[in-house]
Design a protein around this ligand. Structure first.
Ligand code: CP
Ligand code: NVA
Length: 303
């Protein structure tokens, strides 16, 4: 049976643990120059409906380092760009490659691809979730803090795709997640309920300061995700006061660390002082996309 990774909840606690430990091992092997061509001869199709720097580079380099091959496919250049059905693309791709990673506007596109493919499908970001990002975030938090179970994580900003995956991940990691978003940009209550029903510790806070209180990790992301550009002015006004800055960090635990999936907008959701400062783990976080996704690919593909 093929296994997809469309949501962070498509894996169990044990599988998450195996992926994070695998990522740590692959990272050490890369640093030591130890070859780890675990997916020799395999191919990954990477379909992008939207822009990408980290997801594109890390999946492509990751497949190369695992001894396999990755194909960058801009959706506009594929026949899907001219109306070929996703289900037909799924069937055909399944005859050529070992797995597909897709970054799509609509989560339903990712689901349709997965339903019709006989090979694993990985969500490289949709409007609902960005589970690969959260794998890298968990790896980064574990590297820094060691035992993560009793940590508190604050999300300050848009209740978007990255936030959704973080909230759901509470059910797997045991970390408490508190979300502060402006009115109208909150995480869907059903999603919070889902995380809670599976044992996740998720709460909401009225202000960024309340969310940040005693937090070990503060996470934020752009106020204007890909596809939201037309709402730029409205969003800038709504998110006023939600910038992650030095004052906000003072409410957190003394050793607080800051994550941001990138791309960042200095002066909007985060100040340059914080992003480039000593409490920022964002560059390790970006690097960890590579190691976490290599471990994910091995988990999904290695027989
Ligand atoms: N964080 C992230 O997914 O970055 P890209 O959009 O550059 O892939
Ligand atoms: N929330 C952002 C994440 C980018 C990696 C977006 O969807 O554009």
């Amino acid at each position: 049976m093929k296994k997809d990774f469309l949501s962070i909840l498509d894996i169990t606690k044990t599988e998450l643990d195996e992926i994070i430990s695998g990522a740590e091992r692959l990272k050490r092997q890369k640093r030591a120059g130890v070859p780890h061509e675990l997916l020799r001869g395999m191919s990954l199709a990477m379909i992008f409906e939207k822009s990408s720097t980290r997801t594109h580079i890390s999946f492509e380099v990751g497949m190369h380092e695992l001894g396999g091959h990755a194909l960058f496919l801009n959706a506009k250049d594929l026949q899907i760009g001219r109306g070929e059905e996703i289900r037909d693309t799924a069937r055909v791709a399944s005859r050529y490659v070992s797995a597909v990673m897709i970054r799509a506007y609509r989560h339903s596109t990712v689901e349709e691809l997965a339903e019709n493919a006989t090979i694993p499908v990985i969500n490289g970001l949709s409007d609902r979730e960005h589970p690969c990002q959260i794998l890298a975030d968990i790896l980064t938090i574990r590297e820094h803090f060691g035992d993560i179970r009793d940590l508190s994580v604050a999300w300050v900003g848009d209740g978007n795709n990255v936030c959704n995956s973080l909230v759901l991940s509470s059910a797997l990691t045991g970390m408490a997640v508190t979300v502060a978003s402006p009115k109208g940009y909150e995480v869907a209550p059903e999603l919070i309920e889902k995380a809670r029903s599976l044992g996740g510790k998720v709460t909401t806070a009225k202000t960024p300061e309340a969310a940040a209180k005693d937090a070990h990790v503060i996470v934020t992301d752009t106020w204007i995700s890909m596809g939201d550009e037309a709402e730029r002015e409205k969003r800038l006004a709504a998110f006023h006061g939600f910038t992650v800055n030095d004052q906000l960090l003072r409410h957190a635990a003394p050793d607080v660390r800051v994550l941001h999936c990138l791309p960042a907008h200095r002066g909007e959701e985060i100040t340059g002082d914080v992003l480039d400062g000593p409490q920022s783990l964002v560059w390790d976080e970006a690097e960890n996309r590579l190691h976490a996704q290599k471990a994910l690919l091995v988990k999904l593909l290695k027989k």
